[in-house]
Structures are given as structure tokens and as C-alpha cells.
Design a binder for this molecule. Structure first.
Ligand SMILES: Nc1ncnc2c1ncn2[C@@H]1O[C@H](COP(=O)(O)OP(=O)(O)OP(=O)(O)O)[C@@H](O)[C@H]1O
Ligand SMILES: [Mg+2]
Length: 487
């Protein structure tokens, strides 16, 4: 095979693009119709794919390439400014309206996004010699498979490609993680030794499977990256996601979600935190259930950003009224009183109407519609209740951050031994097989869901943080005293 154009002057003769060895291998891997170049964050994936598209455009006059990101803001943040900075106007022009580069030799590079799964159908009948998905795990396998059928050449372009020793191909670049982690891993990472081109046995759906290859990208492969970037990756609180992104490890995003949980660190004796809890912002976080258990967790935000879960109720089969009575019965005298707010942060599903009464939608989103579970709660608790921020991935990430042990040797989440179901189910919760940053929603997740609602409110940037009118006493940092007494 004749050598490819491997240096591209980017418009800045002082800093030409010279591929690092794995990028070089990926540029040359024409024996694979489908290529995945993936792994660690910052490994040089986006740099490679832009160069791959530009090489083909320069090399094969009249050729067409397309680069996908999942959303337009993604393109706007990454690909578009980088291409504008690197491709001189003397080589190609960028048309903002249709996001297309037109090269002087007639080649084009389109930039596109696929918001809905079926948006690929817009490409019916299209023909590209190079199709690229940046951050492939953000896409579905259907989208990838559909577009793969569009990777082909004909006529003069095909003749030029044959003469140059290159062929049409589809390239994905990605980090592990994301909603498509499992299909991408199963398709590219698991079947064969890394770096080798392979084919899988034909099936009814795919009688002629295309050749595939996975080239791993590591941060260490990219000497151009700012060395402090590794520190940024080291600060990711979920240890498995950290390994996945820092080391390009595809295997760690399996098994349980909260591996950093340690009973000896995160569980404390009921009497250990000897503080007047009413002085601190407190909430009751509620996950709804009738047939499945319902869970209420009492939580306080103590100095040093320490979240303390101090009581739990966990039971199936209670009506809404019985749940409210159980909450009130569990509380100590004076725990909830005038001037001592103890708001309920509740599963947004509790606002769903059970019996529609045809009344108008309340103006305040926290006002429960008549007939809803929340309306029953309101009879008991008045207006001091609100919908939890239900952003799942952010909520789990906030729990990761609290579980992390800080320099003082302590985490920022402590659970009283009086919460046996949270202590039992949080460490057992499996990762989702659909989206590794999430948990498996078929698992027993009621106490962790309640914890997530509470944590988002107290520490994770819930829509509205708890505001209290209580005067806080000047208290010594809790973690300081715990460090000497507890551990
Ligand atoms: N061969 C190279 N020559 C010069 N600079 C490079 C090269 N490869 C990568 N870089 C630079 O290294 C940095 C990281 O590269 P890039 O953005 O391509 O990594 P990435 O793997 O796409 O990262 P992410 O995982 O964050 O998407 C960028 O500033 C890029 O310009
Ligand atoms: Mg990138």
C-alpha cells in the first residue's frame, strides 16, 4: 500500500499534525471496514478523526465524508471550532448553514448530529466514503448499522480510491461508558485480540459481516496533552468510571455501582453523632411504593458538607395515609416544629394523579394535583414538601462524591446503623446494563433512590437547596471530632 499523506500543515507550519503511533495505525487500518479507536479520555481521538476526514478529502478529489456527534451543541463545542482553527481557507470553505466543508478539489466533509434514533433515515440513499461517529457510545447500534450501509463508493471516486489503496469505511471514536457502552464493547472490544482485524460469524441478519478492528487509545499515547489533565481524571469520584476514562478500561463498568462503599467508613453507631441535629438543615427524603417497599430517610447536612442519614422507614403495603402517620410517629418530640422546618423531598411520581378530577393544573409545580399521593401527604405535612430533582446520573454522581474519602480520612456520607435497608441495598446495587453510570432499576433500589433525592437536595444542587431560618450555632467541624473519636 502506498504511504498515506501523514502530515497535514493545519495552516500553522510550526505545528503540523504528526500522528502518534496508535493514531497512525488507525489512519492505516483500511483492512477493517469498521474501526473503533477508543479508550482513555484525552487519547487523541478527536484529533485523529478530523485528520482522517481531511486526509481523505485531500487525497481523493470529489470524496464525501460525514462526522456525527450526538447533538449540535456537541459539534459546536468540539469539532466545528477545531476544524475552523485548523483548515485554512485556501484549502476549504465552511458553510455554516449546512455545516459542510467544501474543498477546492470538490471533496466535502459534512458535520451532523442524530438527535432521534430514526434521524438516520434522513440518510437513505446517501453515499459516503468515510463515516465517523465521535463518542460512539452516545449512539445506538441501529444508527451505526444503518449508516454503515451508506459507506460505499462508485464511479470516478471508487477508481481513485482503488488506485490510492484506500476503501470506504466507518470509524467510531469513544471513551468507555455512556449509554452505548455495552453494544460498542460487544461489537469491537470483546471478540478478538486488540489491534487485530476480525470478522464475526455470519448470521441471518448479517449474512456478510463487515471486517472490524479495535485500536485502543491511552492517555499516555498522547504526549501533547497538558499533564495536569491526568489530575482532572484522577478527581472523578466514581472509581470505576475514573479507571474507564483514565486508563481506557472497558471492563470495570460492570458489577456493583457503589464499590467505594465501606461499612467501616460509612456506617456509624446511632449515638455517634452527638449533635443537636435540629440546628442543621434536615429533610425527609421519600421514595414511593405500595407493593414494592416505600422508603423514608431522615437526613441532615452537618458542617464540612457532611450528609448524615439518621433514620429510615422501609415497608411495603402501606397506604399513603399510613405512610404519613408512620413518618410523624417515627419523629422525636420537637424534631418538626414551627421554625424548625423538616421538609419532605419526594419522588416526583407521587405527584401523578390517581383519580383525575378534571381540575386545572396548579400554577406552582410543587402543589399536588387533587387525587395524587402528594395531595394526601400535603394534608399531613402542609406546604413543606417538594418534588425531588430526579436527574439520575447527577444524583448517583453526587452520592459517589459524598462516599469518597477525603484528605482528612473521612467520607462525606455517614449512615446511622438505624438504616439497615439502606446499608443492605446501596452496596448491592448493580450497574445498569443499559447505561453504566446508572443503576439497574430492576434491583432493590428504593432506599438508594430516596438517598439520591435527599442528596440532590442537600448537597448535589437540587433545584432549590433547603433554606432554613434556624440560627446555626458555631459548631466545630464535625469531621474533626469524628476523626478522633470514631475511627
Ligand atoms: N498527533 C497529535 N499532534 C498534536 N496534538 C495532538 C495530537 N493528538 C492529539 N493532540 C492534542 O491533544 C489534545 C487531546 O486530543 P483529543 O481532543 O483529540 O483527545 P480525545 O481523545 O478526543 O479526548 P476526549 O476523550 O476528551 O474526547 C488536543 O489538544 C489535541 O489537539
Ligand atoms: Mg474527543
Amino acid at each position: 500500500m502506498p504511504p498515506l499523506v501523514e502530515t497535514w500543515q493545519y495552516g500553522d507550519p510550526g505545528r503540523p499534525y504528526v500522528p502518534e503511533p496508535p493514531q497512525h495505525a488507525a489512519h492505516q487500518a483500511y483492512d477493517a471496514k469498521e474501526l473503533l479507536y477508543g479508550g482513555a479520555a484525552g487519547g487523541g481521538k478527536t484529533e485523529f478523526l478530523i485528520a482522517a476526514a481531511v486526509f481523505l478529502a485531500l487525497r481523493i478529489p470529489g470524496s464525501a465524508s460525514i462526522i456525527f456527534r450526538r447533538t449540535f451543541p456537541d459539534l459546536k463545542r468540539t469539532i466545528i471550532p477545531r476544524m475552523l482553527a485548523k483548515i485554512p481557507k485556501t484549502v476549504a470553505t465552511y458553510h455554516h448553514t449546512d455545516h459542510t466543508w467544501t474543498f477546492k478539489n470538490g471533496s466535502t466533509i459534512e458535520l451532523a448530529y442524530l438527535r432521534k434514533e430514526t434521524d438516520v433515515l434522513n440518510y437513505q440513499g446517501a453515499e459516503y466514503q468515510l463515516i465517523i461517529f465521535d463518542e460512539l457510545t452516545q449512539f445506538t447500534e441501529f444508527q451505526f448499522d444503518y449508516m454503515a450501509t451508506r459507506a460505499r463508493a462508485a464511479g470516478a471516486v471508487l477508481a481513485l480510491m482503488q488506485a490510492a489503496g484506500v476503501s470506504s469505511r466507518i470509524i467510531g471514536t469513544t471513551n468507555p461508558g455512556g449509554p452505548g457502552h455495552h453494544w460498542v464493547k460487544a461489537r469491537f472490544v470483546d471478540p478478538a485480540p486488540w489491534g487485530a482485524t476480525f470478522t464475526v460469524p455470519p448470521t441471518k441478519d448479517q449474512p456478510k459481516p463487515r471486517t472490524r478492528r479495535f485500536i485502543p487509545a491511552k492517555l499516555a499515547d498522547n504526549p501533547h496533552m497538558d499533564p495536569s489533565y491526568e489530575d482532572t481524571l484522577d478527581a472523578i469520584p466514581d472509581p470505576d468510571l475514573r479507571r474507564a476514562l483514565r486508563d481506557g478500561d472497558w471492563d470495570v463498568l460492570q458489577g456493583v455501582r457503589f464499590k467505594q462503599w465501606r461499612r467501616a467508613l460509612h456506617v456509624v453507631d446511632a449515638g455517634m453523632i452527638d449533635l443537636p441535629l435540629v440546628d442543621y438543615p434536615r429533610i425527609v427524603a421519600v421514595d414511593w411504593g405500595i407493593d414494592a417497599p416505600w422508603c423514608a430517610l431522615w437526613m441532615g447536612l452537618l458542617p464540612d458538607g457532611l450528609v448524615y442519614v439518621y433514620r429510615e422507614l422501609y415497608q411495603a403495603g402501606l397506604t399513603s395515609e399510613e405512610q404519613c402517620r408512620a413518618i410523624l410517629a417515627a419523629e422525636a418530640e420537637g424534631e418538626r416544629a414551627e421554625g424548625r422546618p423538616l421538609p419532605l423531598i419526594m419522588d416526583p411520581a407521587m405527584w401523578a394523579r390517581q383519580h383525575t378530577s378534571g381540575s386545572e393544573k396548579p400554577l406552582d409545580p410543587d402543589t399536588p394535583p387533587p387525587g395524587s399521593v402528594a395531595a394526601t401527604y400535603r394534608r399531613f405535612f402542609g406546604p413543606s414538601m417538594r418534588k425531588a430533582n430526579n436527574s439520575r446520573i447527577d444524583g448517583w454522581a453526587a452520592i459517589d462524591e459524598l462516599l469518597r474519602v477525603r484528605r482528612d480520612g473521612l467520607p462525606r456520607l455517614l449512615v446511622s446503623e438505624l438504616c439497615p435497608n439502606l446499608i443492605r441495598t446501596l452496596p448491592a446495587l448493580p450497574r445498569s446494563t443499559k447505561r453504566p453510570e446508572d443503576v439497574d432499576t430492576d434491583a432493590e433500589d428504593h432506599a438508594p433512590d430516596a438517598l439520591r433525592y435527599g442528596v440532590m437536595e442537600l448537597a448535589g444542587g437540587g433545584k432549590r437547596r433547603v433554606t432554613t431560618t434556624v440560627t446555626r450555632r458555631a459548631a466545630p467541624p464535625v469531621t474533626g471530632s469524628l476523626a478522633s473519636t470514631a475511627f
